[in-house]
Design a protein. Structure first.
Lengths: 183, 85
């Protein structure tokens, strides 16, 4: 069943964090305009296609943006496994939504050729209170870094190309959510 | 014989100079499939070495336990540890 609080985009085009934030706010405004009843946090609405209104209980919106670090590189190529990527991100976001009671979560991840300083990814999480919003965004990033099928290849200033290696610290960060030891 | 569609990504794709192929096999499990692929040539042997952290997905889901059964017609993918985000 689709979770109408989860929004995933995998795309070449750049995104605007402000636009993503406005989408969250639009959900809130729509609810207030329509006088929607208090929205629950389970996110499972039978037969509902349009976004679930957040309602007036949204007190916190947290965002993370990942950028291309420019140290010594000319460009970054993001390869991905198309059939698996959106599904994987949807699973991660839906898990975060259910675990932390998020009112909405949006993830945008770019693919293709990117330049230093450009946006790579953003996660925006909305919740009644800030702890859940911070944790939800953090959880989603830790799982995305270790599970989502993207691979980065850097082209350095001398023209040589190298695949970026996965980092142990990312694996450790993801595992902390399983043991409950996350800060 | 089972018909398996295999995809390769990133450095694995480059090492094999192949992004996808169809493979006929009697392999019962994912581990057997990896073994059968590696037996083809030195290039495959190196490129799909599990000791080099080459991961595998079945039907677009990451698999940790390769003793699971390999279904006929399955899509399998081999790739290095992911580096998104």
């Amino acid at each position: 069943m689709t979770n109408s609080r989860v929004f995933i985009f995998v795309q070449k085009e750049d995104f605007s964090l402000q636009d993503e934030f406005e989408q969250i706010k639009a959900m809130q405004a729509q609810a207030q305009l329509e006088g929607a009843p208090h929205a629950d946090t389970k996110g499972q609405i039978k037969g509902q296609d349009k976004p679930m209104p957040i309602g007036s209980e949204c007190g916190a919106v947290v965002s993370f943006t990942g950028l291309v670090r420019g140290q010594g590189i000319r460009s970054l190529e993001l390869e991905h496994y198309p059939a698996m990527t959106e599904r994987c991100l949807t699973d991660i976001a839906a898990t975060a939504q259910a675990r932390f009671g998020l009112l909405a979560i949006r993830i945008v991840h770019r693919v293709g050729l990117l330049l230093p300083g450009e946006n790579i990814v953003c996660v925006v999480a909305a919740a009644p209170h800030r702890q859940a919003a911070f944790d939800g965004a953090n959880f989603a990033m830790d799982y995305l870094k270790t599970q989502a099928p993207f691979w980065k290849k850097e082209t350095r200033l001398d023209g040589s190309a190298h695949w970026v290696s996965a980092r142990d610290c990312d694996e450790q960060a993801q595992q902390r959510w399983q043991t409950g030891a996350a800060a | 014989m089972k018909q398996i569609h295999i995809k390769y990504f990133a450095s694995v794709r480059e090492a094999l100079d192949c992004e996808a192929e169809d493979f006929s096999t009697d392999a019962a499990t994912l581990a057997d499939l990896r073994h059968a692929l590696r037996a083809q040539s030195a290039r495959y042997f190196e490129a799909l070495d599990p000791a080099k952290a080459v991961r595998v997905a079945l039907a677009q889901s990451l698999v940790h336990d390769e003793t699971i059964a390999l279904p006929d017609g399955a899509e399998v993918a081999f790739f290095p540890p992911v580096t998104g985000g």
